[in-house]
Write a protein that binds this ligand. Sequence first.
Ligand code: HEC
Length: 200
Amino acid sequence: MTNLRILKIGAIALALLGVTSLGACRGGIKKAPPIHPVLDMDFQQKLKAQMGVDFEFWTDGRAMRTPPAGTVARGSMDDDPLEVYQNANGGYVANPVPASAEVLARGQERFNIYCAVCHDRSGSGQGAVLLRAKTASPAAFNYALPDLGKEQRLVEAGDGYLYQVIANGQGTMPAYGHQIPVADRWAIVHYVRALQTRFQ
Ligand code: HEC
């Protein structure tokens, strides 16, 4: 076949394709429902916003329910003073939770649950996750975690800084704010300080 013939056949095929696809947008209104090969859960019974509903216990007949009194939308409870980790000048605040033996014990317990898997119980950065990852794929994990007890930068960092690393994560470290309640975050900060004084 010459190149010219291939070109001609190509052009005809393209033209045919164009005509067929144009046929799909001729603008007519169809009565038949569109073909719906994958149903997923599209046709389940459900209530939509602004719908009425005939349900004996919802006597107002509305599908949209009023939240029970005192309900707080997720993320709207921002008036907890313990959640403030920076002052007006952007500096990091000192730990607002007073240190005590109980708070420290709580911090240690929470640290060992949430942080030690990666950071190790001493904060060295040689936790089980890292060691396993290094064994499985030495090339991919040839970086080190900071030593929480010894790294000078973290010793000098404000309490609020450590708090927000726990709450929001940092670089490759995931955020723990959704798992660790506010008071526990500050308890962990106290415990990280204890690890630091131990190694200084
Ligand atoms: C899934 C593993 C993992 C867990 C669990 C984890 N971290 Fe980390 N953490 C990291 C990694 C990785 C880094 C280094 C982040 C970077 O610099 O990219 C890091 C860094 C840090 C830093 C230093 C931040 C800086 O400025 O360099 C602090 C402080 C810290 N983590 C505290 C904690 C505390 C406290 C917990 C427990 C609430 C915790 N981490 C749980 C992986 C983890």
